[in-house]
Design a protein around this ligand. Structure first.
Ligand SMILES: Cc1cc2nc3c(=O)[nH]c(=O)nc-3n(C[C@H](O)[C@H](O)[C@H](O)COP(=O)(O)OP(=O)(O)OC[C@H]3O[C@@H](n4cnc5c(N)ncnc54)[C@H](O)[C@@H]3O)c2cc1C
Length: 457
């Protein structure tokens, strides 16, 4: 079933233009990380006059992997420090992907470091690897703590594996990651105490301190102090909870001077609702309407304990919101025409963009995929926006067996005239996002004009 609701004129509702914020370019961030890798290897090179014998090769390979692991864990923590320039420029979605790939490098490098060092030292000391492991842990400064750090990192890596992660609750997964802070702290001492580079080169030692203390300062400021500062400044409270569809509610949150948050349609916050059992769980939800100066709205589907509990929130409940995060916004858009593609509860950020993204009459299209008519949320609002803005709204409702695949290149091109000249924003289940992205590419939309937000964590 497909319905079209063309309209006639343009309005942007209560959207207001945000002030420009600093945004780090993804390529620049990657170049900076790569420059750090070169500097770290250079540090080893400068402090290694020669390598002689198999044991020395092993030990030096262990030193390089150890240095790179130490550097990579600092980078990993910096990427997730919620630095606004990174969140807005690179986007939380891409940062999470980099973080998860980086996590695999850290664990791989740290394990390789341990094995290579033990083997190299065992050959030099003419002993076996078991004895060498015991000697290293019991007699070398801080090595035992580093071993505990490695076990923690491997543990976090295992629970983050693609097969295990979907079985975890969001808050379990979120809180487990705090062990990486502990691991970085436990491993730091042995790097300075046993790393040959740091013993002989004060510049290397100072750089390492600057790197780690800098990252620690970013984490403390952005992850811990900023949410408290925002809470004091904005005094957020739940004002009302409105049912939208079976299992879906909107939560309205009011506060003071919310325009100073500089949140943009398409972005999300991590929300803590300060009730007895919800306060410790900061779940991410997108704004489902452009933020106003005194009110914001999120819309939540009950997928688990926390999301289900939001239906029972009482007006007046205090709220801590960490954000705004995400690069899924109209900033940096290149094309005049805009296509929004939503699947299920992925409609939330697109609902906000549908109302606010600058577009002339006839230049804006929203495709909204749902399994069942009853699952369509914001129906009246979307139709009103479409009518007022002269935008096209199409619902693709029903099982695939009945309506066919709405996201083949041919179907999409049929639904959206002039498809290759659109800027596209996609939010929905991972499988749908992949299918839509592939169809858009095949239909001729360049990759840089396709933006997506993932609700997976
Ligand atoms: C950037 C971002 C923006 C988001 N915006 C919205 C929004 O606007 N509206 C909304 O309803 N949701 C949104 N989500 C998803 C939402 O954060 C989660 O569904 C919610 O935090 C789940 O918490 P819970 O305690 O209710 O469920 P849990 O108890 O943590 O999970 C119960 C089960 O459901 C699975 N599960 C829960 N959520 C998801 C998910 N998103 N994807 C896959 N499996 C899941 C878990 O793996 C687990 O097996 C967003 C997520 C992200 C990352």
């Amino acid at each position: 079933m497909t319905t079209t609701f063309p309209g006639t004129s343009v309005t942007t509702g209560h959207a207001h233009p945000p002030r420009r914020s600093v945004r780090a370019r993804p390529e620049a961030v990657l170049a900076l990380i790569a420059a750090g890798v070169v500097a770290v290897v250079g540090m080893w090179w400068a402090n290694t006059p020669s390598v002689a014998g198999f044991d020395d090769w092993l030990t030096n390979a262990g030193r390089i992997t150890g240095l790179l692991a130490g550097y990579a864990i600092a980078v990993l923590l910096a990427l997730m420090a919620r630095v606004p320039a990174l969140e807005r420029g690179v986007g939380s979605d891409r940062l999470a992907r980099w973080h998860s790939m980086g996590g695999r490098y850290v664990v791989g490098l740290a394990v390789a470091h341990m094995l290579l060092i033990i083997w190299g030292y065992a050959l030099t000391d003419r002993t076996d690897v078991v004895r060498e492991t015991v000697t290293l842990n019991l007699t070398y400064p801080d090595v035992l703590k580093a071993t505990v750090a490695l076990l923690l990192l491997v543990g976090v890596g295992v629970v983050s594996a693609r097969k295990i992660r979907p079985k975890l609750r969001y808050e379990t997964w979120f809180h487990l990651h705090f062990y990486t802070y502990l691991a970085a702290w436990l491993a730091f001492g042995h790097q300075l105490a046993t790393g040959a580079e740091f013993a002989v080169a004060p510049v290397a030692r100072t750089s390492w301190y600057v790197l780690y203390l800098g990252v620690a300062a970013l984490i403390v400021w952005y992850r811990f102090l900023t949410p408290v500062r925002l809470a004091v400044r904005h005094r957020l409270r739940v004002s009302r909870v409105v049912p939208e569809a079976p299992g879906v509610v909107s939560v309205y949150v009011t506060g003071r001077r919310l325009d100073r948050l500089r949140a943009e349609p398409g972005q999300f916050f991590r929300w803590r609702f300060l009730t007895g059992h919800l306060w410790w769980s900061p779940n991410p939800y997108s704004l489902s309407a452009p933020p106003g100066a005194s009110e914001m709205r999120i819309t939540v589907k009950d997928l688990g304990d926390q999301s289900r509990s939001l239906a029972g929130l009482r007006p007046g409940t205090r709220v801590l919101a960490e954000g705004p995060y995400g690069a899924f916004t109209a900033s940096g858009r290149r094309a005049r025409k805009v296509l929004l593609v939503a699947g299920g509860v992925g409609i939330t950020p697109l609902r906000a963009l549908f109302e606010s993204v600058p577009a002339a009459s006839g230049d804006l299209t929203l495709l909204y995929r749902a399994r069942d008519e009853r699952d369509l949320v914001f129906r009246a609002e979307l139709e009103e926006i479409a009518r007022a803005r002269g935008a096209t709204l199409r619902y693709c409702v029903g099982p695939r067996a009945v309506i066919g695949d709405p996201f083949t290149p041919a179907t999409l091109a049929g639904l959206v005239p002039d498809l290759p000249r659109h800027e596209a924003y996609v939010c929905g289940p991972a499988e749908m996002t992949r299918a839509v992205t592939a169809a858009l590419r095949a239909a001729g939309v360049p990759k840089r004009r396709i933006h997506h937000e993932s609700f997976e964590f």
